[in-house]
Ligand binder design. Structure first.
Ligand code: DQA
Length: 148
C-alpha cells in the first residue's frame, strides 16, 4: 500500500470559515475526511497534517522522508517565498504535487509566482478541494508507472 503525506500550510485550517466566497464552504475537517476516503478507495493511505509555521512544515517533510511514497502539499502563502520549504521538498527526493484551491493566476499578481513549482512533479490548481482528490489519482498513476 502506498502512503501519501498530505500537507496543508498556514490558514488552511480555517477552511469553511475563511473567505468562503474565495475558498468555498467545505470545512477543513470535511475536506480531510474526503481526502482520506478517496485515498482508501484508491488503495492508498493518506496521512494529513496542517501547520501554520514554516519550521514545522519542514520537520513534517523531513519525517515524511522516512515513511511516505509521495507528498501532496498546499503551502498556502509560503508557496510564494518559502525557499526553505522548497529545499526540504527537494531533499525528500519524493514525488511532489503542489495543490492550490484557487486559481492563483486569476488573483493578485504576487500569487502567480511559486517557488515550489519548479521542483514539483506537477501542480493542480483552481479546482477547490477536488484538487486534492485529483492529486491522489495523479500520484497513484505516477507511483504505479514508476514501479513498472
Ligand atoms: C492558496 C493560495 C495562496 O496564495 C494563499 O495564500 C493560500 C491558499 C490556495 O489554496 O489557493 O493560503 O494556497
Amino acid at each position: 500500500m502506498q502512503h501519501i503525506c498530505v500537507l496543508h500550510g498556514p490558514n488552511l485550517n480555517l477552511l469553511g470559515v475563511r473567505e468562503p466566497d474565495v475558498y468555498g464552504q467545505v470545512t477543513f475537517d470535511e475536506m480531510n475526511r474526503r481526502i482520506k476516503e478517496r485515498a482508501k478507495a484508491l488503495d492508498m493511505e493518506a496521512r494529513i497534517f496542517q501547520s501554520n509555521s514554516e519550521g514545522e512544515i519542514i520537520d513534517l517533510i523531513q519525517e515524511a522522508m522516512k515513511w511516505a511514497d509521495a507528498i501532496i502539499i498546499n503551502p498556502g502563502a509560503y508557496t510564494h517565498y518559502a525557499y526553505a520549504i522548497r529545499d526540504a521538498l527537494v531533499a525528500s527526493r519524493l514525488p511532489i504535487v503542489e495543490v492550490h484551491l484557487t486559481n492563483v493566476h486569476a488573483r493578485e499578481e504576487w500569487r502567480r509566482h511559486s517557488v515550489i513549482a519548479p521542483i514539483a512533479t506537477g501542480q493542480i490548481i483552481g479546482f477547490g478541494m477536488n484538487g486534492y482528490l485529483l492529486a491522489l489519482s495523479a500520484v497513484k498513476t505516477l507511483l504505479e508507472e514508476s514501479h513498472r
